[in-house]
Design a protein around this ligand. Structure first.
Ligand SMILES: Nc1ncnc2c1ncn2[C@@H]1O[C@H](COP(=O)(O)OP(=O)(O)OP(=O)(O)O)[C@@H](O)[C@H]1O
Length: 267
């Protein structure tokens, strides 16, 4: 495949989101290539969440364009974006806490297949869907938890279930918003291993504060500061970028970035 000539899967062009006098997204440009794990990092309040909300369709931009697979999706409603192949990780609140892991995944699969409220579904189709749910559970490390209710899972396992529910949609691009948030060391490592496996088959845009994880996982990193992308490059080039290090001074990310640089944590 000629990757040089290939258009990016996602192309964010000169995006602006104004909240009154504040440009939370300030002429941001970002390109995600097919097949890569692209991390979006930035100090607190840089505008990461605001940008992700505009990509998922939760927020309408003030100006600029979002192209996905060459199509202008700037004004496309959220559910159509999911249908087009752009899916964001579910928030824990959208997991059905009282249903089992297996049923949650089966429901996510059903939403992709768009089946309606048909009560007399062919038993074979149901069985197939549950087999797929079981396979997804195994993929996200929850094979031993199939019959547990989601509410009984640990925090880390619930995040794994969220990833499984996005995977059920078979998106062209997965938006993962801080999948390591609130995790202990062991849970984080499990999620990193899950994402390392995932990146061999999926294109991912990952927003994450954990610098160690970012430098281990990302093929490329973009740095958002005050609503603008100030640098995009390999983890190595981002770690070495003086402007990026300057932007992190005074932020907790600075120490993590320095530590990652000194230990060469990138791979
Ligand atoms: N609905 C809103 N109305 C007004 N200002 C907002 C709104 N949402 C976000 N902001 C402001 O926009 C800026 C960017 O916020 P955002 O949450 O996108 O940053 P972030 O990079 O995700 O931060 P963090 O890493 O702390 O989660 C902040 O100054 C925030 O206060």
């Amino acid at each position: 495949m000629n990757t040089q000539a290939q258009a990016p899967l996602l192309d964010v062009v000169d995006l602006v989101k104004q909240f009154g006098g504040l440009a939370a997204t300030n002429h941001a440009n970002l390109r995600v290539a097919q097949g890569e794990l692209h991390a979006l990092i930035g100090p607190n309040g840089a505008g990461k969440t605001t940008l992700i909300h505009q990509l998922s369709g939760a927020l309408a931009p003030t100006a600029g364009r979002i192209l996905f697979q060459g199509q202008d999706i700037t004004a496309m409603p959220m559910h159509q974006r999911v249908h087009a192949g752009l899916a964001r990780s579910y928030q824990i609140t959208s997991i059905f806490q009282r249903l089992t892991v297996q049923d949650n995944l089966a429901l996510a699969l059903q939403s992709r297949l768009g089946s309606s409220m048909r009560f007399f579904r062919p038993a074979r189709a149901e069985r197939r869907r549950y087999e797929q749910a079981d396979a997804l559970a195994a993929q996200v490390g929850l094979a031993a938890r199939l019959q547990h209710t989601a509410g009984a899972l640990s925090h880390g396992e619930q995040r794994q279930l969220e990833v499984g529910m996005v995977l059920a949609l078979q998106p062209q691009l997965m938006l993962l918003d801080e999948p390591l948030a609130g995790m202990g060391a062991e849970e984080s490592e499990r999620m990193v291993q899950l994402l390392l496996a995932l990146k061999t088959t999926s294109t991912v845009l990952l927003v994450e504060h954990d610098m160690d994880a970012v430098f281990r996982l990302a093929d490329r990193v973009s740095v958002l500061v005050a609503g603008s992308v100030i640098a995009t490059g390999t983890p190595e080039s981002i770690r070495a970028d003086a402007q990026v290090r300057q932007a992190y001074l005074g932020d907790e990310g600075s120490a993590a970035m320095a530590a990652a640089a000194s230990t060469g944590v990138a791979r």
